[in-house]
Design a protein around this ligand. Structure first.
Ligand code: AMP
Length: 416
């Protein structure tokens, strides 16, 4: 099924062609016609499934058909991180390049609010924002939400995660009751399901049961003290392909990036502490090939979308099975083949076994000539029934706070 079978303006089809999207992805096939017709949609779609274009294309079509006067946004997209805000803005801009251009404004934290307020002063057609910064903008009378016709909550599971519930509640209260609402989430369990039910009682529901992305997973046993050397060897074997290396701490990211630079690799650390412009420059440099390797923590890596990112290396293992899945999901996107390598030292063997058990998989252990492991687990780990720090199934304090926040959001979303 080609893109031309959708009722999309030729200008949008040209942009799709420019981006070299040959065929619509599964979520695009299902979502584009429903969104274009104005239905509320609840879709389970993970990052990498093509979901951004699945809502951007029909929303641009609807805007093109009925543009509004541009004084206030008719489309509001909420996302959990600034990187995602920038990516969605970029997609909207790329897809609208041949249309009469809508005014698309990004509002996200970590940078001065003033340029965003200035940009909004002359009105906007579409606003793409993180909830916290949008509220700051609203507090400054920087935008009116009463003309919003479509609200998109993208990565809704994560929007509910980080205690965004109160912020969502305040924003929802400012939106017109009659509007189109689109809810995208990787999963619809627990709190997201409650929110979906409250917010979208009559939505069209889409569930794409896509085949697992094509990611080859390797587990290599190595002594802790030899991991850097082995990493250099593995990087050298990647033929210049881009690599994302995960470590456990910001400090570790800085140190490892420096060590790799000393060995001649074009590497940089991506840490949540870097100023926003610097983070963007690091990502841009990875995209344009100036950098080959990024060393990041789980938090800093959130939202990285580099189309050709074929290799992920767990230098330090992730804390939880969920983090493992998120990490390796950075690769193998949009139908590309990916490779995920985990380095396992003596003290993390038990932890990796638990990750495997929870994910119901079992990877063969590899050993590499020149790096044969000699260490034994440290006595504390060997003696105890330690689960290696993996998150247990009992809800943590943080989990409970999140659940409470999600319940509040669901309650707020209920019509009065
Ligand atoms: P997303 O799930 O929106 O984060 O998209 C993941 C990646 O797939 C992005 O780099 C998109 O540019 C790309 N993409 C989206 N739709 C298609 C398509 N139909 N064909 C090929 N690539 C696509």
């Amino acid at each position: 099924m080609p893109f031309t079978s959708f009722a999309l303006d030729p200008a949008l089809l040209r942009a799709v062609h420019d981006l070299a999207y040959r065929e619509p992805s599964a979520i695009q096939r299902e979502a584009i016609p429903l969104i274009a017709q104005g239905f509320d949609v609840q879709a389970s779609a993970r990052t990498g499934s093509g979901k951004t274009a699945a809502y951007c294309l029909p929303l641009l079509q609807r805007w093109h058909d009925a543009p509004g006067d541009g004084s206030a946004p008719t489309v509001l997209v909420l996302l959990p991180t600034r990187e995602l805000v920038l990516q969605v803005c970029a997609t909207l801009q790329q897809l609208s390049v041949h249309l009469r251009r809508p005014k698309i404004i990004a509002a996200y934290g970590g940078v001065s609010i003033n340029p965003q307020l200035m940009a909004l002063r002359g009105g906007a057609d579409m606003v793409v924002a993180t909830p916290g910064r949008l509220l700051d903008v609203l507090d400054n009378n920087g935008v009116q939400l009463d003309k919003v016709r479509t609200l998109v909550l993208d990565e809704a599971d994560r929007l509910l995660e980080a205690g965004f519930a109160d912020e969502l509640k305040r924003i929802l209260a400012l939106l017109p009751a009659t509007r189109q609402t689109l809810l995208f989430s990787a999963t619809f369990a627990g709190p997201v399901q409650q929110l979906a039910r409250a917010l979208l009682p009559t939505a069209q529901r889409i569930h794409i049961d896509e085949a697992a992305p094509d990611i080859r997973q390797r587990a290599i046993e190595v002594d802790a003290g030899r991991r850097s050397d082995l990493l250099c060897q593995l990087l050298a074997e990647q033929d210049g392909a881009r690599v994302l290396v995960f470590v456990a701490s910001k400090q570790g990211a800085m140190e490892l990036a420096k060590a790799l630079q000393r060995e001649g690799f074009r590497a940089a650390a991506l840490s949540g502490e870097l100023a926003q412009e610097r983070r963007e420059r690091v990502l841009e440099n990875l995209k344009n090939g100036t950098l080959q390797v990024i060393v990041a923590t789980d938090l800093a890596a959130r939202g990285i979308d580099v189309a050709a990112l074929p290799v992920v290396i767990n230098f330090d293992l992730p804390r939880s099975p969920q983090d493992y899945t998120h990490r390796i999901g950075r690769t193998g996107r949009a139908g590309e083949q990916g490779l995920a390598i985990s380095l396992i030292d003596a003290d993390s063997r038990a932890h990796f076994r638990l990750i495997e058990k929870r994910l119901q998989m079992s990877l063969p252990r590899e050993q590499i000539a020149g790096f044969l492991p000699r260490d034994t687990p440290s006595p504390r780990l060997a003696a105890s029934d330690d689960n290696g720090g993996i998150k247990g199934s009992r809800p943590s304090k943080k989990d409970k706070l999140r659940a409470a926040a999600a319940a509040a959001a669901a309650a707020a979303a209920k019509p009065d």
